[in-house]
Write a protein that binds this ligand. Structure first.
Ligand code: ARG
Ligand code: ZN
Length: 854
């Protein structure tokens, strides 16, 4: 069954108050729920309480137990006819958290009991109108064995606790802020706490707690720092203050995604909380900081103002990603953060937007909402907010967000409400801009300049088109903000950066005062999530790669320079590599540049990105061309790589931006040095692997070795395994590095690793480390034999029986068959068909695989 945005209807019944009483036990948990329900509007429809896999032991209305004839179940939901406008409804259900392998609802993880309710997990805990526009005040009582579960946490503020006979104890929590049930959470277990405090701008003292297993407490310092910085940042940048007396975070080992913003009780995948130099890379540290901020920021963009229905998901996710991106930029480097975010957008969202699962930022329909926690909702959604902020400027954007928060505090809002608040608060007309919410597909913009020496003028002609996507064959013209500058190639400067707003299918802009033809710098800062095609020469791109003062545009010029050469090589043309080698040399010898920026810029575009530039992806040709260019850059600049690698060796580990930048550049240099084919390359990599005092250098060296076939490869993998076999998050890196390796036998190695005693389908991090990384390894996954496809499909089929949500996330790589030659395409389709033919397939995988075949 398909749910449509147009079918939205307000809830028939509201639930202003709910009291929950949990008798917790992994094998048999009893949940007693008391709802105060009120009829919403004038109708005679019964009360419908969603349920999934639960059966009521008893149902009472206003204190009287109902007979079996007075209620019934319909598609899992509990239906009760109620005579009056207000009633007290009580239900009793029994659950087995330890048997819950879907990790939705109440489940067990590493001796803990914890919950995940977004999007529709609360109905697996108790009967309730499980939709985000029903907001209730929660009062929660937890009871459990005190020795096994000494810590009992829920949303809001702790009220009271006490001991009971038979070694049991209880605790009561109240959340004064009405919230939808997807924000409900509880945790019970043997946890230790890193405690701290934050005083808000108005002087409220907040007790902060990060709860982990005892031995992990030393690894929580970075997360705590990030939390306090986030709280201060949201006050300073958005005027948003925290609103409860406590803020708790719990880390769990088994989690379907990154983290969850439950009111006052965030629950995290432990990989986004735990970090120390021995086990976490700089990327992991940044991930912790970004996700802690993301979940904290949801307290306003998500919790205080929530979503009316799940079609509005980007209202909270896109906006919150935009907020966490800017926070991370402020904590580190704006230039590098923007480059990283665009790379993520292009790798995930552009692929999604050009394939069978393309959907608008505000979708029109879905079968399973879990399938819509996508890069389009999150990352493209963030780009939409970024474009609005850019067009409005910081003051007007802030006026818009102030109005949005004030107007909708305590409400369930829509994307349209957000846009209206921007228009009114920020004095801007977004009529045409709204199409960004409605139309799927990445717009293409063709930008051509022509110069007239007589009038000394330049005409910039912009032409846009949005490709057709499933269900949307005709596209309307978009409003596309493009930051642009015209460079004087003689001086290397420009007369100012202008924001051009492209609002027509084809539009020309004229600039005067140019005796010579300038060089075009466009979509600076990646001002719009579009694909720009230009007629710039390799010389123009080389010029910009050396002179553009917008760091993103400078990076982009270098990437385009490389793409042009690589695409030529892939097509078997004789190409001139020299411009690339010169540009890399200029960049690594420019001492004025931030090392982190240098490292980003000199990196070759990924094999997957190169595939995206071709009509049909040829994985083998792409791999060969990229490998050859990498070898050549490595060999021609070998002394420089050696020099950088030696120079960037720090005496001791530090987490400062400059220390992180040094490591990033050091690893890039090592990579090129090994790629050069120098005979001592593997030995140098192994020495770095062995001597490193941090995971950033150790894992990079391992990754570099894993691509080759040296003796050092096997030695390093063995040492790594033995050193970290008891630390799940670090062992994930061992699986991931091998699955991602550009090694001729990766498919067989992944097949073997799937049989390894440390591999398990029960842990989503482990599954993603092996199969997620493998599916992102274009050369290996798209092996012409189809054995990579079969391996992934086998995993999807097996995992679907345990955890459909995580299984469904692995389907999209198989859906890209239209982008491959018919041999591979047929093999991919065959695997999708085999998946769809499985009896008892989940709704999650059925939707993803079905759409992928269309
Ligand atoms: N709201 C969470 C976050 O982005 C993610 C929840 C994901 N839920 C899901 N069913 N995939 O912070
Ligand atoms: Zn989020």
């Amino acid at each position: 069954t398909v749910i449509r945005r147009q079918d939205y209807r307000p809830p028939d019944w509201l639930v202003p108050d709910i009291a929950l009483d949990f008798d917790l036990d992994p094998a048999r948990t009893i949940v007693r729920t008391l709802l105060s329900v009120t009829r919403n509007g004038d109708h005679d429809r019964p009360l419908r309480l969603d349920g999934d896999g639960i059966v009521p032991l008893a149902v009472r209305v206003d204190g009287r137990e109902l007979t079996q004839e007075e209620w019934h179940l319909e598609a899992g939901a509990l239906i009760i006819a109620l005579p009056d406008a207000a009633h007290q409804v009580e239900t009793l259900v029994e659950l087995a958290p330890e048997g819950n392998s879907k990790l939705m609802g109440l489940y067990a993880s590493g001796g803990l009991l914890c919950t995940q309710c977004e999007a529709e997990g609360f109905r697996r805990i108790t009967f309730f109108p499980d939709r985000p526009d029903v907001l209730s005040r929660y009062s929660v009582r937890l009871e459990a064995d005190k020795a096994r579960f000494p810590v009992l946490l829920a949303n809001g503020d702790p009220i009271e606790q006490g001991d009971l006979p038979d070694g049991r104890h209880w605790a009561r929590w109240n959340d004064p802020f009405p919230k939808p049930c997807y924000l409900f959470a509880l945790v019970a277990g043997d946890l230790a706490c890193n405690t701290d405090r934050f005083v808000t701008i108005s002087g409220r003292e907040v007790a902060l707690g990060i709860w982990v297993k005892e031995s992990d407490v030393p690894r929580t310092a970075h997360a705590m720092e990030a939390l306090k910085n986030s709280m201060a940042w949201d006050e300073r940048i958005y005027g948003r203050e925290y609103d409860l007396d406590v803020f708790n975070i719990v880390a769990v080992a088994d989690f379907n995604f990154g983290a969850m913003e439950n009111k006052g009780l965030n629950i995290f995948n432990s990989r986004y909380i735990l970090a120390d130099p021995e086990t976490a890379t700089d990327i992991d540290y940044d991930g912790v900081e970004g996700v802690v901020a993301h979940e904290y920021f949801h307290n306003w963009s998500g919790n205080r103002v929530t979503c009316r229905d799940w079609f509005q998901l980007s209202l909270k996710e896109g906006f919150t990603v935009f907020r966490d991106q800017n926070f991370s930029a402020d904590m580190g480097s704006h230039a590098v953060k923007r480059i990283e975010d665009v790379r993520i957008l292009r790798a995930g969202q552009f692929q999604e937007d050009s394939g069978p699962l393309a959907h608008p930022v505000r979708p029109e329909s879905y079968m399973e909402i879990s399938n819509f926690y996508t890069s389009t909702i999150y990352n493209k959604g963030a780009e939409l907010i970024r474009m609005m902020a850019l067009m409005m400027g910081p003051e007007r954007f802030r006026a818009g967000t102030d109005l949005y928060f004030d107007r909708h505090d305590g409400e369930a809002a829509t994307c349209e409400d957000f846009v209206l608040a921007m228009e009114e608060g920020g004095a801007i007309d977004l009529t045409q801009f709204r199409r960004w919410y409605e139309q799927a597909g990445t717009p293409h913009v063709r930008a051509l300049i022509s110069h007239d020496p007589v009038s000394q003028s330049v005409e910039l002609t912009l032409e846009q088109s949005v490709p057709p996507t499933p269900g949307q064959s005709d596209k309307q013209v978009m409003a596309i903000p493009l930051r642009t500058a015209l460079f004087d190639s003689a001086t290397g400067t420009h007369g100012g950066d202008e924001l051009l707003l492209l609002t027509q299918a084809k539009q020309s802009f004229t600039f005067t005062g140019f005796p010579n033809a300038p060089v075009l710098s466009i979509n600076r800062g990646f001002s719009a999530p579009v694909i720009v095609e230009t007629n710039r020469s390799q010389a123009d791109l080389a010029f910009l790669s050396a002179h553009d003062d917008d760091p993103f545009a400078r990076y982009e010029a270098m990437q385009q320079l490389m793409v042009n050469v690589l695409v030529g090589r892939i097509a078997g043309q004789a190409v001139d590599d020299q411009a690339v080698i010169d540009a890399v040399r200029n960049t690594i010898t420019d001492t004025a540049l931030d090392p982190a920026f240098v490292a980003e810029t000199i990196r070759l575009p990924s094999e997957a990105y190169l595939g995206d530039q071709m009509r049909l992806v040829d994985p083998d040709a792409i791999h060969a061309a990229r490998d050859a260019l990498q070898q050549k850059i490595g060999a021609e600049l070998e002394p420089l790589w050696r020099d950088i690698h030696a120079k960037t060796k720090a005496n001791a580990f530090a987490l400062s931006p400059s220390a992180k930048g040094g490591r990033k550049l050091r690893n890039a240099a090592l990579h090129y040095l090994v790629a050069s084919g120098a005979t001592d390359g593997p030995a140098i990599a192994f020495a770095q692997f062995d001597a490193a005092d941090n995971m950033t250098e150790r894992q990079a060296a391992l990754g570099t070795l894993a691509n080759g076939t040296s003796a050092e490869r096997e030695a390093a993998l063995d040492i790594f395994y033995n050193r970290y076999r008891d630390d799940a998050l670090t062992l994930d890196k061992w699986f991931q590095t091998q699955a991602f390796a550009l090694h001729p036998d990766t498919v067989e190695l992944v097949a073997q690793l799937s049989e390894h005693k440390d591999f398990t389908l029960a842990n989503p991090n482990r599954v993603r480390s092996l199969y997620g990384a493998f599916a992102g390894n274009q050369w290996a996954f798209h092996h012409a034999s189809g054995k990579g496809y079969r391996l992934l499909a086998d995993c999807i089929i097996a995992l679907d029986r345990l955890n459909p949500q995580t299984a469904a996330k692995l389907v999209p790589p198989l859906g890209r068959w239209k982008r491959f030659e018919e041999g591979r395409a047929a093999l991919m389709r065959a695997e999708l068909q085999r998946i769809l033919a499985q009896p008892g397939l989940s709704k999650d995988v059925t939707e993803q695989a079905g759409k992928s075949l269309e």
